[in-house]
Design a binder for this molecule. Structure first.
Ligand SMILES: C[S@@+](CC[C@H](N)C(=O)[O-])C[C@H]1O[C@@H](n2cnc3c(N)ncnc32)[C@H](O)[C@@H]1O
Length: 277
């Protein structure tokens, strides 16, 4: 596999996901969401499909099963570990209409007007420039082709939301899902990139989690911050970081109920069409 020439932000993301790649499929949570993105995406036999930030290949594999032997699916990702897992799964399934490539989604080159569908699940907020990415991906879609993106509401993931509120008091803006966090924001992004027939399905979801699991959602500085580099927490001193973490844990404790802490996972399935002419 060839090496990518990544900037520090992207290298940190690639390293994070390569470290996680062995265990990424242990829960079926991402698989479920990615499958739904493809399911709503009107995939047909014979289509050419690109799965951006494919990870362990959830969307790509779902799509490859639908397009059949006359179709073709390409999955790209910057994390070699994730690509290796995806390839292993495709080999086991004997899918030979599927190819995985190590590539940066913001720096890809495919023929213009080539794919009928482009998907991106649980990864859009990692892009450094959202509108520029959409415009680039749009170029590779055939006229009339559909882009499908899955993203989370800004209310999703209790740990992230509490982290954001605490950090605000320290003058830190920690974005996480905010850039795509409302239906209006998603609509605006796709409009700015000249997509039409924009449709956003909102699915309310969530579960109760333990205090211990919620505490693990603290935005540690060792975990890259989606869309933000250098890491916003690097502006805080060690003392401020410790104090902010304490406030975060106290806030979580106040949310505890007999069932645990409610963890919202409201999900958006966002679709837009490249105009036919
Ligand atoms: C949460 S995982 C989602 C994987 C998969 N789409 C899914 O639904 O399970 C995020 C993925 O985005 C990838 N990623 C982040 N930035 C990327 C970029 N600029 N180009 C390609 N892949 C990227 C990561 O390496 C990681 O595999």
């Amino acid at each position: 596999m060839h090496q990518l020439n990544l900037n520090n932000y992207k290298q940190e993301i690639a390293d994070l996901y390569t470290r996680r790649s062995d265990k990424y499929d242990n829960s079926d949570w991402h698989w479920r969401i990615a499958n739904r993105l493809v399911e709503y995406g009107q995939v047909d036999t014979g289509q050419k499909i690109l799965d951006i930030a494919t990870g362990t290949g959830h969307c790509a594999i779902a799509a490859a099963k639908l397009v059949g032997s006359s179709g073709k699916v390409i999955g790209i990702d910057i994390a070699p570990g994730m690509i290796a897992q995806a390839q292993k799964k495709a080999n086991i399934l004997g899918l030979n209409n599927l190819e995985f490539l190590l590539a940066d989604a913001e720096n890809i080159d495919f023929p213009a007007n080539h794919f009928e569908r482009i998907f991106c699940a649980s990864a859009f907020i990692w892009m450094s420039d959202l509108v520029k990415s959409l415009l680039l991906w749009r170029k590779f879609l055939k006229p009339g082709g559909i882009l499908g993106i899955q993203a989370f509401a800004e209310t999703a993931f209790v740990g992230g939301v509490i982290t954001q509120n605490i950090l605000k008091k320290y003058g830190i803006s920690y974005l996480m899902s905010q850039p795509t966090g409302t239906v209006e924001k998603c609509q605006n992004l796709l409009q700015k990139a000249s997509f039409e027939l924009i449709e956003i399905k909102v699915e309310k979801d969530g579960n109760y989690i333990s205090l211990e699991s919620a505490k693990k959602m603290w935005a540690g500085i060792s975990h890259p911050a989606p869309g933000q580099y250098p890491h916003p927490l690097s502006k805080l001193s060690i003392e401020e970081l410790n104090q902010a973490k304490l406030e975060f844990e106290n806030e979580l404790k106040s949310l505890q109920t007999d069932q645990g802490i409610w963890n919202d996972i409201t999900t958006f399935y966002i679709y837009g069409r490249k105009p036919k002419v």
